[in-house]
Design a protein around this ligand. Sequence first.
Ligand code: ZN
Length: 463
Amino acid sequence: MSENPFLHLDQQITGDIYTSPEIQENLARLCDEFGSRFAGTEGERLAAEFLKTRLEAYGLKNVHLEPVDYLGWRRKEATLEVLSPLEKRIACISLPHTPARVVEADLIDMGDGAPAAFERRADEIRGKIVMANSEIAPAGVRRWIHRNEKLGRSILAGAVGFIFINHYPGYGPATGGIGHKGRLALVPGISLSYEDGAYLQRLLAREGQVRVRLTTRDESAPMQSWNVVGELPGEGEEIVALGCHYDGHDISQGATDPASGVVAVLEAARALSKYAGTLPCTLRFIFWGIEEIGLLGSSAYVQTHEDELDRFRFYFNMDSAGAVKEKGVMLNEWPDLAPLFKRWSKEMAWPFEVGQSVNAHSDHFPFLKAGVPTGGMEQVKKTLSGRGYGHTAHDTLDKTDLTSMREAAMLAARLALRIASQPGWPAQRRTPQEVAALFDKPEYQEAAAFREALDEYYRTHGG
Ligand SMILES: [Zn+2]
């Protein structure tokens, strides 16, 4: 039996979280009152104010909003018309940061959108509108092939439009940002339900050629969002940060993604503020704006706070954490930290897995690129099945689970306590060369090479 030096605090924090109504009440405010909290909506502003007010009420210090200027986007009706071999209108929605445009072209079906398929069929794509479904792990691929990799590979091959098809029956179309680093995508992108997509795929397979007209009318304009920040000042210079984005997608309440994580971070802040006293490191809690259209809030933060990053001991990302089934700690390739987390799992009498992997799809990524030690609350043994109702109109409050959100808050609070109290920290901020070497590892090389090619393409092709 290993000794638990935090036993008394663990008991207070855990008991508090499991007997408090705060999580459920905060979740109801975020989802039922403020709605999607999508960037540019009134609900986004109200949610940011609300989070600030909660942090203040919980006794956190230096609570403030940090404004972020960005190119905003407003949804308008999109249309997809089949022109030949028959005439038909297909229901669709725009993908955030699509440009407003009319394109007429033939369809090409790229199926699951595997990178190898894009390579094999590159010559067929130019001038066409690509259809690809939302399957995240195409056959033969062992990593998550994100929507934007399918879109990006389409753009690199000369496609003039992109149609994203939900691979789940019955959930309607799935949304998701398609811009590039805050800019509009170079080609228009829309999304279809599984059923409408399957119809188009059958039509194309049967007829060999299908011509469509895709029209997007969305508006974009400069807007302002906010990261919401509060902290529990510590005795030393170092900072341990916990964060989750608070914006959802405009077609949804964004209840599991991300609100289940927002309330867990908020609850961890409340419990730690009440019981943990002053720790050796500062605990900083950050709610990110505009994650869903390209990690814009966290990217801006990492830029603005460059002079502080050396003091970041660890950034722990909690995106959707209250909806993670088997909660573990996914470290972003920090092998020296694994023994610590494994020891804490034993000490806490709360078994959790510790894994190592890197992806680019949430707010840890700007920190990771800047070399800061990062990780997230994730399922370590991934099923790679996809988002389910995430990013659809069905991600509503009724899909969340109170016990799971409490578990996320409890685990986050107890881990933050330990990360901040650990004498000596075995992870050093990576140099730019070390970051580059990480992305050069065989398992990350393909994704990194793709990101680089796309960056280069956007640099040379305006938008
Ligand atoms: Zn999210």
